[in-house]
Design a protein around this ligand. Structure first.
Ligand SMILES: [Zn+2]
Length: 179
C-alpha cells in the first residue's frame, strides 16, 4: 500500500491522510488548500510523483483515469477536488471548455469556491435532472465515438446511466445551444 514511514520512524501517514488534511469542504466545492502547481491546480506528491490534486481526488473516488484523458471541472474552480464537480474528457474538450469559460467569464469579482458556471447560460440540456454542460455533452459523444461504453461514459462524467444514454444515442436532441 501507499503507507509512508517518516524519517524518525514515528509518523505513518498514508497518501490519503495527507490528501484529506489539505481539503476544506464548502457547501459546493471542496477546496484544496495545500500546494498549488503555479497554474491554480492543487498539487501533491504521491509515491514520489507530483500529482494534481483534482486528478488524485477523481482516482480516489471514482477510479482510474483512462490513459491520455483529462479531468475537467464543471465548477471552473481549479483547486476544487469535489468528485461531483469532476468529469473526464479529451484534451480537446478541456481546451474548448477553457475557451468557452474564458469568453463567457470576465474575471471580475470572482469569489473563490462559488463561481457561477457561465456555461449554464449558453444553452439547455433537455434531459431532466441532467446537470451537464455543452462541453460535457460533446465530450460524452466523443468518448462514445472513441468506443467507450455508455456505462463507462456515465461513470467518467458522474452522471446517471439514463442521462448518458440520452446524450449519446444517435439523433439525441439533448443539447440545444442557445447561441
Ligand atoms: Zn467545485
Amino acid at each position: 500500500m501507499d503507507t509512508k514511514q517518516g524519517a524518525s520512524g514515528g509518523d505513518v501517514l498514508t497518501d490519503n491522510d495527507r490528501f484529506w488534511a489539505k481539503v476544506q469542504k464548502t457547501d459546493s466545492c471542496w477546496l484544496w488548500v495545500g500546494a498549488n502547481n503555479g497554474q491554480g491546480y492543487g498539487a501533491l506528491k504521491v509515491s514520489g510523483r507530483n500529482v494534481r490534486a483534482h486528478r488524485y481526488a477523481y482516482t480516489l473516488h471514482k477510479g482510474p483515469i483512462p490513459e491520455g484523458l483529462c479531468v475537467c471541472h464543471t465548477c471552473d474552480v481549479r483547486n476544487c477536488v469535489n468528485p461531483d464537480h469532476l468529469w473526464i474528457g479529451t484534451m480537446a474538450d478541456n481546451n474548448l471548455d477553457k475557451e468557452i469559460k474564458g469568453r463567457a467569464n470576465h474575471p471580475k469579482g470572482d469569489k473563490h469556491g462559488r463561481r457561477k458556471n457561465p456555461l449554464a447560460f449558453l444553452g439547455v440540456c433537455k434531459t431532466p435532472s441532467a446537470k451537464v454542460t455543452e462541453v460535457q455533452v460533446k465530450s460524452m459523444r466523443a468518448l462514445r465515438a472513441m468506443g467507450f461504453k455508455v456505462r463507462q461514459i456515465a461513470k467518467l462524467h458522474g452522471v446517471k446511466l439514463k442521462t448518458a444514454r440520452g446524450i449519446v444515442s444517435p439523433g439525441s436532441t439533448c443539447w440545444v445551444s442557445a447561441r
